[in-house]
Ligand binder design. Sequence first.
Ligand code: ZN
Length: 431
Amino acid sequence: MNTGMNTGAEMHALVERLYPLCRSITGDGVRRTLEIVGEYLPLRLYEVPTGTQVFDWTVPKEWNISDAWIADSEGKRVVDFAESSLHVVSYSVPVSATMSLAELREHLHTLPDQPSLVPYRTSYYSPDWGFCLSQNALDALPDGDYEVRIDSTLEDGHLTYAEHVVPGEVTDEVIVSCHVCHPSLANDNLAGIAVATFLARELAQREPYYTYRFLFVPGTIGSITWLARNAERIGKVKHGLVLACAGDPGSLTYKKSRRGDAEIDRVVQHVLAEREHTVVDFSPYGYDERQFCSPGFNLGVGSLTRTPYAGYPEYHTSADNPDFVTAQAMADTLAACRDAFSVLDRNRRYVNLSPYGEPQLGKRGLYGSLGGRSDAKQAQLAMLWVLNLSDGDHTLLDIAQRSGIAFDAVAAAADALYAAGLLAPAPPARE
Ligand code: ZN
């Protein structure tokens, strides 16, 4: 077993551990989730009070639930929240009533086309209640009276989110965001949480160039809250990635930022080129890239998934369980992120300080400095390309793509030329 698979198994174990918790956009399910993630990664928790205005939104009342069930006339529970957090519509108001099956039906949600599966439903912003069950289970219910109980609370409280920061050489930031608001669903988005967690741990060991800020936030309201509370930081956010659906067996999909040509877009597409993958253009739907790429921010933030949003039959159903996500797929998503950030961290623009004719590499010990090595010729070629294209406009990634030389070799050539005093960092690009 290689280390990648070990990490994959650890990520899968984290998914299994988080799976039973009843998460929502607020409440103790999110807190407990972040507490468990906090065993892997130190987190800074933020609690934002109900009623806080965040741009056009207001932090809602906090929702918590202890139990919920539907019982038949003999008192037998026919739908039981204790079996799966999906059984209750998220944000259901409390209920204690007895009603006929006909009355109850108006509050029951099924998937007639997938009759064995339980759907995931929410009612965040309008007071309602409901249960989710399989069509098969509903069809098996005889007429009669049912006792319905939802022990939930909707009270003034807080919205909870967390950050983990991996400090870099520079204070310019890369944000990695994942949503933590879905209940018992594995790919959407426990796999994303697991990949983000292990990615943050790896980055800390690598001492990155950029400062990496990991955001564990409830979808939509959480990222909007983070943006509203971090106005002074936004200018520092140079790149970002929203991670979701990171563990299904499908191949990787990269959704470009709204800009479409941001550096993160180029970098991720470059590292995905060697893998089976799909690239899609930005659309204002999906996950929290919608908020980071809203026109007032327009950040260079893309989204990495495997099979994208709503693109698999298990999506938002009880079939999105830990068996649906694999250690191997999560390890592969993690590797793609690792590769992308490795390129992003070393991608620079330089200016050739000896641009009139080629500088004499031999007298600086650069010509044949790798003599005898089979890659010496490529290293020479990489130096010539870097010298030729380092006019302040081309990045090392531009040079790798134009020359067809691997990015690692181009970056190594730039390091050697910089150390020899032949390159200087280019002034910052206009933004
Ligand atoms: Zn979802």
